[in-house]
Each structure stands twice: as C-alpha cells, then as structure tokens.
Write a protein that binds this ligand. Structure first.
Ligand code: SAJ
Length: 482
C-alpha cells in the first residue's frame, strides 16, 4: 500500500510549506533554517498561546529571539525570514492543514527524577494537534528524543486516531532526532550529520527531501524510524558510559594513591590508525537533560520492543545502567571526600559550613538541569552541614530547582567556610587565589574538594588547605605544610 502514499506525494509535488511545532531551542533554529532555504516557500512556527510561553509569538514575529544566551546568527536569520515573509509564528494550529511537512520539537523532561520516567504529556498534546489537522500526503517528523518504538508505536497510533488517516498509506511518518547544543544551534543543524528514519522507505525518502536543503557540511544518514530512535539514545548512552569509565578509573586511582590525570594522558597517548582510546574527563558527576535520561530511553526501548528476543548474561545488570549508577555516585563520593578533608582538620560534616561553588551542570553555563550539585547539597544538609551555594551564571530568579540562598557573591559564600566544594569548572573558579580564599575562610585548615580539576593541589596545600580532588590519589593523603 506504500504505492498509494507514493502516488499521493507525487501528486502533491515537492515540499513547499512546513510547520514546526514547539518554538524552543530546537524548533526556532529549525524553522528559520527551513524558511531561509530557497527550496521552501513558507514556514509556520506553531506556539500555544499559553500564559508561560505565549509571549514568544509576538517576539518571534518581530524578529526577536526568545532564547537566552548567545546564539550566533540566529537573530539575524530570524529577522531576515520574518521580513521576507517566509516565516511566521502562530497559535493557530489549523494551519497545519496547509503544510506539506510538520516537525515536532517538544521536550520530554523527567516527570520526576526519582522514577526516571520522561514526561511525554507535552509531546502527546503536540502529536494530537497535528493529527487533528493532518491532510493526506503530509510528512510528520518527530525531532524530540524519544524511547525507541515511539514513532512507529504511540505517535503513529495517536496520529491515525486523530486524523482517521493511515500512516504509510495516507501520510508519511519519520523520526529525525535533534543534535543541537546551546550556543551552537544553527551551526549544529547545518553541520552535524542528520539521522533520518521513516516508518517505511517512502517516509524516509520524504524526510530526506525535507532535511537535505538545510545541511551544509552535514549529510543525511537514512535508516528506519526505530533505528533513528536507538541512534539518538545510544549516542548519549555511549557518552555517559565513557564518562563512567573514567570516573571509575578516578576512584581506582584515588584508592591506589596515583594521579588519574597522569593515567589519562598516558592512555590518550595511544593513538594511530585504527587505535581509539576515547578517554573523557572524571568529575563530580553528570547532569543535564541528555545523558541523565537517554540511557533509560534506550533501556525502555529494548524492554518494550524485544524483551523475549534479548539474549543477555543471566542476572547481569545492563552495562549502561551500571554506568549511570557510577556517574550518579560521584556527588556522594564528593561528600565522602569533604568528610575526609574536614576530619583531617578535626571537624565533622555536622555543623560544618560548606561553600558549594557551581550549581550549573556544565562549565560556564547557566543551565542547571539535573545538576549533580543537588544530591550533594541535599546529602550534606542531611548530615548536618550548613551549605551556601554560589554560581556566577545561574540566575536565582529564573533557574528551576535552585537552592535557597543561591548567591552570586563569592566572598559572602566563602566567608567563614570550613570547606569549599567545587562542582562546576566555571572560569571564575579556575582563577581563585588560595591565599585569598583562606583569608575569607578564616580557619587554620579549611578543606578544598575539587570536583572539576580546577585547583592546583600544591598551591592550595601550601596555602594551608586540606586538599581532596577527584582522582588525585597522589595528593589526597597529604600532610599539612606548616
Ligand atoms: N561530563 C563529565 N566528563 C566529561 C564530559 C562531560 O563529567 O568528559 C559531565 C559534564 O560536567 C556534565 C555532563 O557530563 O555535567 C554532560 O555534559 P555534556 O558535555 O555531555 O553536555 P550535554 O549534557 O549538554 O550533552 C550534549 C549532548 N548533545 C546533544 O544531545 C545534541 C551530547 O550528545 C553531546 O555529546 C554533548 O552535548 C557535547 O559533546 O557537548
């Protein structure tokens, strides 16, 4: 029956009018790039006129980007396509009926971090809206990161239920996962290879037609929709695994009294044709909205799609969830290091004043989603410590889940601290002067616990600190230099 879809598409002709659902970090750059491509005639950016994000409609139609932070080229391109009349933002979802292709770029964040389940509600609402106005021959593409099997499963069912049409016969359906990173949105879409997977060959072919015109250095990599879903979740699962491998190595190096960074440099030195040793960086933990959840998308996928077919060693935990466990242990390890450093100075966690530097999950960023600093903060408070948090970048007014008293005043956070725990590698922390910090702490041997390799151990030890660092087995057992 795919001939039926082929002939409907042939009658419809090339993709000219495109709809992008979800005016966020993924949807906005995607929409303006489609609108700027000569191959296409008009792009609607669909945005619900809700109290929290309806303001984006007016802003975008004035050519102003609602995205925070620097996005090179985005606002210029937005102004260009708005004034050319090839892009408009609208809350009128009925215009989906005019589109030859519709993409959905709607986040699937954790519903509750404890149960590690994504919240598909917004995405399902978006899919329902598309189904309501879907017309024959249209291509529907999911760009959100989703559990393998979602495109050909839940999404297909909802679209068919809402439209009365049949996927693969009346309309094309595909998955093309986004691979953008904040600060490089346009560049990533243009230059990264684009995974494109349809529920059938006709859908894949139509999706290739949609994405090819916006790629410059990138190439389209066609496959099935489920393979595309596995690719996206696996590429982040593998990064999480690589980080866990070096975090475990760091724990081993601490136990063996050696410097993990010497070992890392040694391992990385083995290179040459066909030799790869992708050794990443150990740290205080893994945060963000990608690596913390995509492993569980992959695990759910195989459980849902192939539970009986999976041949795996009996009783063995998945390597991937084990890796998640090691990365999630690192904030706990940071607390153990803090406890050990305080004890060396004759103190305990209970009653200690801890200055936690860095709430963001990544260096020099205001993004604090799923930050590893949070479990440390909660555990330290539970142990009876007073924790004051500093972050130059995270805005206490707008960031989600910020701790009470999050401050941008570093001196105030450091004042009278018994311990300084560094969770983010912000450039401000790389420039800290041990003697100045010691003066603010105003105690004989404050602790410094370095989670991001930003503190020179000898400089801090010479200034009188009790030093602990992730992977620094060569320094963690130091004595005081009187
Ligand atoms: N981290 C380490 N050690 C490392 C690298 C990262 O501990 O060697 C930690 C970071 O501190 C952070 C977390 O892992 O807490 C995630 O860091 P990340 O660099 O992976 O940043 P993300 O979460 O923004 O990942 C994104 C992903 N991009 C997309 O989903 C499009 C990921 O696929 C990219 O590989 C990654 O950016 C990247 O390479 O920048």
């Amino acid at each position: 029956m795919k001939d039926r879809l082929s002939s409907i598409i042939a009658r419809k002709g090339p993709i000219r009018r495109i709809g992008v659902i979800g005016m966020g970090y993924v949807g906005i750059p995607a929409a303006v790039l489609f609108a700027d491509a000569p191959a296409f005639e008009h792009v609607y950016g669909f945005q619900r006129d809700s109290p929290s994000s309806g303001y984006k409609i007016e802003m975008l139609n004035r050519g102003e980007s609602p995205l925070k932070g620097e996005e090179p080229g985005l606002e210029d391109l937005l102004q260009k396509v708005v004034s050319a009349g090839t892009f408009e933002c609208t809350p009128d979802f009925s215009k989906i009926a005019e589109c030859d292709a519709v993409t959905l770029a709607i986040q699937t964040p954790f519903k509750d971090k404890k149960d590690l389940l994504p919240d598909f509600t917004p995405l399902i609402a978006g899919i329902r809206n598309v189904g309501k106005y879907l017309t024959p021959g249209t291509l529907v593409v999911l760009e959100s990161t989703i559990t393998p099997g979602t495109t050909a499963g839940m999404a297909r069912e909802i679209l068919e239920e809402e439209s009365g049409l049949v996927a693969g016969e009346d309309f094309a359906l595909a998955h093309a996962p986004e691979r953008v990173m904040v600060g490089r949105l346009l560049k990533n879409i243009r230059e990264h290879d684009r995974i494109v997977g349809g529920i059938d060959d006709v859908s894949t072919k139509r999706a290739v037609e949609l994405y090819s015109p916006v790629l410059t250095l990138g190439h389209v990599i066609p496959m099935t929709a489920t393979a595309a879903e596995v690719t996206k979740t696996a590429e982040n699962t593998f990064r999480d695994l690589q980080i866990a491998a070096v975090n475990q190595l760091a724990l081993y190096c601490e136990a063996m009294g050696i410097n993990v960074y010497d070992v890392r440099a040694g391992v990385a030195s083995l290179k040459g044709e066909g030799i790869t040793r992708a050794i990443l960086w150990p740290g205080a933990g893994v945060g963000g909205h990608c690596l913390t959840k995509d492993t569980y998308h992959l695990e759910r996928g195989v459980q849902q799609l192939g539970p009986d077919a999976l041949d795996f060693p009996d009783g063995r935990e998945s390597l991937y969830t084990l890796a998640r466990g090691i990365n999630d242990f690192m904030p706990e390890h940071m607390l153990h290091l803090t406890e050990s450093a305080l004890a060396q100075a004759g103190k305990t966690l209970k009653g200690a004043k801890i200055a936690l530097l860095g709430w963001a999950f990544i260096n020099d960023s205001d993004d604090a989603r799923n930050t590893p600093a949070e479990p440390y903060y909660e555990a330290a408070k539970a142990a009876g410590a007073e924790v004051r948090v500093h972050d130059t970048w995270v805005d206490p007014e707008t960031a989600p889940d910020v701790p009470p008293g999050l401050s941008k005043d570093l001196d105030a956070v450091l004042k009278s601290a018994d311990a300084v725990a560094i969770f983010a590698g912000h450039k401000e922390y790389r420039r800290l002067v041990p003697a100045e910090v010691k003066a603010l702490c105003a105690c004989p041997h404050p602790a410094v616990v370095d989670g991001r390799n930003v503190a020179d151990p000898d400089a801090w030890i010479d200034a009188g600190f009790t030093y602990r660092g992730i992977g620094r087995g060569d320094k963690n057992g130091h004595t005081f230099t009187e």
